[in-house]
Design a protein around this ligand. Sequence first.
Ligand code: HDE
Length: 701
Amino acid sequence: MTKKKNPKEEQLKQSYVDDKDATMTTNEGVPIHEDNFTLKAGERGPSLMQDFRFQEKLMHFDRERIPERVVHARGTAAHGVFTCTKNMSKYTAASFLSKKGKETPVFLRISTVQGSKGSADTVRDPHGFAVKFYTDEGNFDIPGLTHPVFFIQDAIKFPDIIHAVKPEPKNEVPQGQSAHNNFWDFVANNPETLHNVFWTMSDRAIPRSYRMVDGFGLHTYKFVTEDEEVFFVKFHFKPELGVHSLVWDEAQKLQGRDPDFHRKDLEEAIQKGDYPRWTFGVQIIPEKDEFMFDFDILDPTKLWPEELVPVTECGTLELNRTVENFFAENEQAAFHPGNLVRGIEASNDPLLQGRMFSYTDTQMYRLNGPNFQDLPINRPLVDVHNNQRDGSHQHRIHTSRTNYTNNSLTDNAPKECPFHSGGYKEVEAALEGFVTKARPEKFLDFYTQPRMFYNSLTEPEQQHMKDAIKFELTKCDEVSVRQQVINLLDRVDSDIAKEIGDYLGLKVQKGGNEKNKDNHEAIGTGDGERKDYDYKGKSVEKSKALSQENTPKKPNTLKVGVMILDNYDKDEVIPVLKEMEDAGMYLELVSNHLGDMDMGKKDKMMIAESFTTTDAVLYDALYVAGVKNLEPELMGRLKGFIDDTYTHFKPLILASDFHDLLEKERHDEPGILLGDKEGKYKDDVVELVTQMRFWDRDQSK
Ligand code: HDE
C-alpha cells in the first residue's frame, strides 16, 4: 500500500537542507577553501581580525542555545496523522472532526515537567502530552498531560508550584524529581495538589514507554456547533498498547543505564514500522447539565468519572515519522492552549484562562520575539493573512500597500469572515456574580477525588503509590514537612496516613496543620475531622478507567533480552525465539562478543549487546537461552540480570540447562518459565511475556 502524502511533511520538506555533494560556504554563500585553521600572522600567530569566516563561525556557535522551556524542557516528539472516525458535527463545527475518514497531520511532543533539558527520561513525573493538529482551518493544539488533573486550580499559583517542585534554589538539587522538602511543603500547605500528587506517586508517573501513556487535554473546553449550541468537553487519548509502567527501582536504575530510554524507544518503534497509536475521544456534557455533578466541572483538579460521562471515541492518532532535526522541530515547537479552531473554545476553568496568556508570552521570550509561528514546525498548512507586520526575523515580504483595518485603499483586505462562512467566533455566554478573588465552593473539596483514585487502584497499584510517598518523604529531611503531609493524607484515608506515618515514625496529629490554617479552609478540614462532601449531585466511589490494570496488554514491541552464546542448543531455542518474533516482540541478543549469531539454516541474527554493556532493566523479559561455559567474570553480571528481572516482577525464561541459575524455591513462582529439551514449556511463552508483571511473586524467599 502506498503511503498517502502528508501535507505537513511536504511543507516541511521545503525547509530541508541536505549538505550531500554540497560545497561548504559562509552564511553569505561564499565558498570556503579551508575550515581547519584560523588566519594567522605567521604559522605561530597571532590570529588576524580580518578572518571573517572564523568570526562568523564562532559568533554563530556562541548563540546556538536558546532558553530551554521553563517547564517541560526535556521531551521528545514525532509526526503523524489524526484520522476522524466519527462525524462530530452534532457537537462541534470543527472541520477536522466533521467527517469519518478525514485525515489531519499532527505533531506530538511528550515531556517531563520538572527536569532540565539534559535530565534523564525515566524520572517520576506527571508528563506533558502536547498535540498540534495542522487542520484545514488553522492549527489546533492540545497541550495536555498524561494525568487528567493538575496540582493547582488557579493560574496565579503556577509560578509557586513550579518553584516548589523545581530543584531547590540554594543548590539546584534534586534534578528531575519531586522528592524534596520544598515540593512536599507546598503539597502540605496547598491541599488542592493532592489529587495530582496521588497520580504522580502512582505507577502512571513512571511509564514503561511513551507509547504506553494516556493523554488528557485535562481542562474543560467548549464545543460549539454550527447552530451555536454549546457542550462542555474533555479530551482523551488512549494508547492501543495499553498503559504500562516501570517499577520504581527499575526506573531509577534506567536513569543511569540509559538516560535517553524513552526517546530511543519511541524512535525505534517508529523506525521499525510499529507506529504508536491512540484512540481519541471526548467526554461531553451539554451546557444545561453544567451543575449536575458533585464536583465543579471547571475545576482542573477534578476528573469526570467515565461512569458518569462516557468517552465518545471519534478519532485515532498515529505517529509514523520521527523528526529530522531535534532542534528545528522539537525545540522550536511552540504549543499553546489558545491555538483553537472554529467550534472549540476555552471554558472558564481558571487555570486554562491563565494559560491562554502564558504560552504566547513564553514563546516570545524563548523563541526571541514574534514570528515564531513562521518557523517550519509551527507554520499552519493554511495561508496566513492579517495586518501584523515586521518584528525580528520576518520571513514574509508583504506587498499590500495597507497594513491596517478598516481601509478603503485595498477594499478592507484581508477581510474578516463571519462564523457561518468559516470565521472563528466566541459564542455569547452569560455572566454572573461580582468581581472577586473568591474560589468557587465546590473547588474546596480536595479529598473526595484523591480517595476515588486510590480506591479505584488494584492492591499492588495502591502499594506502589504508598511506597512512592514513603520514598519521597524519606528524601525530605524536614520532619515538620513529613508531619504535615501525613496530617493531610489523613483527610483522604486514615489507613494511608497510618501506614506512611508508621514508616516515618510519626503519628497523625488531628486538627491539621496549624501553621497554615488559612490554606485549610477546605470542606471537612476546619475542625480537624474528615467530613464527606455532601453535594447531592452525581459522583462515584470508584472508577474503572483509573486503574491501568484495566487497559490492554499486547505482545508486539515488547523487548526480550536473549542471553546467548555460540554453543546454545538450536533445537530447543530457535522455535522459542521464532514464536516471540512472530508475535511482534523485539529480540535483543546479548552475548560475550558482538557480530552475528548463527541461527541455523544459514540464518543469522546480529548480536546487539554484550553482558558488560547492557542491563536487565532495558528489557521487558529475560530469556536465558544458552550460557554454557560462560566466563566466570560474566556469570556475576548474568546473575544480577536474573535477580533484577525477578525482583522487578518481570517474566523470566530459563532454557533447560539453566534452571539452576534461579534458586529452586523460586521455580514455581508466577512468571517463571522453565524449558525442557524438547522446547516444551508449561505456559505459552508469548502469553507469559505479554503479561509483563507478576505482582504476586513472593519476594521474601
Ligand atoms: Fe503549561 N506551560 N502551564 N501546563 N505546559 C508550558 O510553555 C503554564 C499547564 C503543558 O511540549 C510553557 O512553551 C501555566 C497545565 C505542556 O512544548 C509555559 C500554567 C497543563 C507543555 C507554561 C500551566 C500544561 C507546557 C513552558 C498554569 C496540562 C509543554 C514552555 C496556568 C493541561 C509543551 C512553553 C511542549 C509548557 C505555562 C499549566 C501542559 C511557561 C502558566 C494544566 C504539555 O508557557
